[in-house]
Ligand binder design. Structure first.
Ligand SMILES: Nc1ncnc2c1ncn2[C@@H]1O[C@H](COP(=O)(O)OP(=O)(O)OP(=O)(O)O)[C@@H](O)[C@H]1O
Ligand SMILES: [Mg+2]
Length: 288
């Protein structure tokens, strides 16, 4: 038996029954995506071996990669998405979630080492993203976007020659849409390689949702917006407070969040998404 589940990317996601157990098959035949999905599977397989309190990672049962196809088989998690979960969660449950995230990030930080990163890594990334934005026909004639790029260029031009940030472990795409909520346990899926494997990037991705509500933009169902906003404001304030105990977070959260949204912008084609990204980027730049 196979049931198709809708995801955001070009990947196919199917639920498969084997005996009494359910599994997820995530696959792609898109040659551009095969390597990326393979690295995702390997990263998740490695992460699933670690133990965290409240945070779980579905185990990978099989990875099949050929030149024309890649399929990973993983444990099926019977869980809620972030909207359905927060719609019914009281503040006590929201506190559990914050605690779980705190434990997870502290574990990532403990397994990482503070390393020197040359500003060239960040500057090169910025120029790569700038080039892609300037090549995107939906973006390259927009005066607001030109201004966003100009202001960003000044910010990345001014970052110190050496950045000291923890490098070692990170999920890579830690947004609400990649967390499955099951009571007080939270399952992380959809791991991704990032240009710097740092817990700082997971903090940035989490606040992409708690502060800027990216995943809501992608959500098509109805929900109580006010209630969700109150929940997000609480989570965001507490995460920001916790993360601020790290000097590297205080120093680099803003430029890294700016880079994060510029990276989202480079591939944006939908007017609704572009409009949202412009507002968010203006907001981030006004905080700089
Ligand atoms: N192990 C799992 N158990 C239950 N449901 C899952 C599992 N993995 C994925 N899903 C379902 O499929 C949806 C999409 O999964 P996923 O986030 O891996 O793909 P995606 O966002 O489409 O892909 P990508 O970000 O790699 O382009 C999830 O939101 C969830 O509903
Ligand atoms: Mg996903």
């Amino acid at each position: 038996m196979e049931i198709e589940v809708k995801g955001h990317s070009g990947c196919s996601i199917n639920i498969m029954r084997q005996g009494k157990d359910l599994y997820i098959l995530k696959g792609t035949k898109d040659v551009k995506y095969i390597e990326r999905l393979y690295r995702q599977a390997v990263k998740q397989e490695k992460a699933a071996k670690r133990k965290y309190q409240f945070i779980r990672i579905p185990s990978i049962l099989d990875i099949k990669k050929t030149d024309s196809e890649m399929i990973m088989q993983m444990e099926y998690i019977y869980a809620k998405n972030f909207i359905d979960y927060f719609e019914n969660a009281g503040f006590e449950q929201v506190d559990y979630f914050i605690k779980a995230i705190d434990i997870f990030l502290n574990s990532e930080i403990n397994n990482s080492e503070l390393q020197r990163i040359s500003s060239d890594v960040v500057k090169d990334k910025f120029f790569d993203v700038k080039h892609k934005i300037e090549s995107n026909i939906m973006l390259n004639n927009d005066s607001i976007i030109k201004d966003i790029i100009k202001q960003s260029e000044i910010i990345f031009g001014n970052i110190p020659d050496n950045l000291y940030i923890p490098i070692g472990e990170c999920h890579g795409d830690l947004t609400f849409s990649n967390i499955l909520f099951n009571g007080n346990n939270y399952y992380l899926i959809d791991f991704l390689d990032s240009f710097i494997e740092s817990p700082l990037l997971d903090m940035v991705k989490l606040r992409q949702d708690t502060c800027f509500k990216w995943s809501v933009l992608m959500y098509t169902g109805h929900f109580d917006v006010t209630r969700f906003d109150i929940t997000c404001a609480k989570i965001d304030a507490e995460l920001d407070h916790m993360f601020s105990s790290h000097e590297w977070y205080r120093d680099y959260y803003h430029p890294f969040q700016l880079m994060n949204f510029l990276r989202v912008l480079q591939y944006a084609h939908e007017p609704k998404v572009i409009c949202y990204l412009k507002k968010v980027l203006i907001n981030i730049l006004s905080d700089e």
